[in-house]
Design a binder for this molecule. Sequence first.
Ligand code: G6P
Ligand code: MG
Length: 219
Amino acid sequence: MELVIFDLDGVIVSTDKYHYEAWKSLADEHSLLFSHEINSMLRGVSRAECLKIILDVNGRVVSSVDSSKMLLKKNTIYQDKLHALSKNDILPGFLKLLNDLKVNNIPVAIGSSSRNTPLILKKIGLDRSFDTVVDGNCIDNSKPHPEVFLKCAEQLGKNPLKCVVYEDAIAGVDAGIAAGMMVIGVGTEKLTGVHKMVKTLENESYEIINNLYKEVFEV
Ligand code: G6P
Ligand code: MG
């Protein structure tokens, strides 16, 4: 095992509530139905794809000009909410795991669909903590396409088959599997296809990840 890649939203920090509130506010303004169920379909998916999903569910078609305006509005509302983020929003267990990986000389990366990744990392004080950050600003294809994770491996000169991904969203799990990586699911949502599921990162360590990696890939 040579590289650990973390998704950001839902793995390192919980921004789900802010995404929900921003989409809800946009949906209300345009008389579109939006629920927690629809919100859960948006995890790990790019902003533009999210809007398409919401419009599809509502059977609504909009021009590309209106779509751009809606995306801008959603992001303005979302970024306003992000200003409240701080180190206290880092999810339990992450900092301990990060430190353990560093002590064991394992490089760490971010593989996120979010274009707000640099802003979020700065707000939570982790903008200098990763060996590479690949986010929504650097990719052409959103998860479940494997591009984001393959780029992390490529940038650090690692074999994708020797990488481990932490993900909370089905689109991200599918991306990690498509990249040929070992995938650990985080959270309480059922994630099909993961090599292991954990509720939080609290009990994770280099040794646990490496032992699982050996079991899965080195039989
Ligand atoms: C993450 C979230 C998604 C979000 C995407 C794009 O993957 O889980 O719900 O749509 O990032 O976020 P952005 O910050 O670029 O709007
Ligand atoms: Mg996520």
